[in-house]
Design a protein around this ligand. Structure first.
Ligand SMILES: Nc1ncnc2c1ncn2[C@@H]1O[C@H](COP(=O)(O)OP(=O)(O)O)[C@@H](O)[C@H]1O
Ligand SMILES: [Mg+2]
Length: 161
């Protein structure tokens, strides 16, 4: 399913695609595919309840970038930075806003520097908590639990064509 959508506030056209996955491995694979043509400078805003699969999705992105260490939600440190060996991307910045109250803590750990860095990919779990930090041209990933193993994953990305 694909349909174009306009975000009137930004004037940027976005395309939304919806997928269904039935296992963590499938969600990871979907993320790997999305990440296969990632450009540095991309911000990926993840939304979905606790246990939806946001971190699973980030693991897929990390694998696509060649990260072999274990990726876990940086719930207590807010932000984790992975240096990567990739032709276009120098680092993956993983942010988890679950325990966050407002965006000042994220400013304090230096997120904004990475948001404006054209060699980084930034992924933000619970991005809906910090709407003011998510750029208009971010890719949005919304994951919903249908049942224990089924998830719908809606990916909205800016149309660059
Ligand atoms: N289709 C699926 N996609 C992703 N995770 C799934 C799926 N089915 C079951 N799960 C389980 O749901 C949980 C998702 O956890 P996690 O990625 O940490 O969620 P979040 O980061 O959104 O809180 C994991 O325990 C995973 O095994
Ligand atoms: Mg998580």
């Amino acid at each position: 399913m694909a349909y174009p959508a306009v975000r009137p506030t930004s004037g940027i056209y976005h395309m939304t695609r919806a997928y269904t996955t039935t296992s963590p491995a499938e969600t990871e694979e979907l993320a790997r595919k999305l990440a296969s043509d990632l450009r540095a400078g991309t911000v990926i805003a993840l939304e979905g309840e606790l246990g939806a699969g946001k971190t699973v999705f980030v693991k897929g992105i990390a694998k696509a970038l060649g990260i072999t260490t274990v990726v876990q939600s940086p719930t207590f440190v807010l932000m984790k930075v992975y240096e990567v060996q990739h032709h276009a991307v120098r680092r993956l910045v993983h942010v988890d806003c679950y325990r966050l109250d407002g965006s000042s803590d994220l400013r304090a750990v230096g997120l904004e520097e990475y948001l404006h860095d054209s060699t980084s990919v930034v992924v933000i779990e619970w991005a809906d908590k910090v709407p003011e930090l998510v750029p208009h041209d971010a890719t949005r990933v919304r994951i919903r639990s249908v049942d224990e193993h089924e998830r719908t994953v809606e990916i909205t990305s800016p149309d660059r064509s």
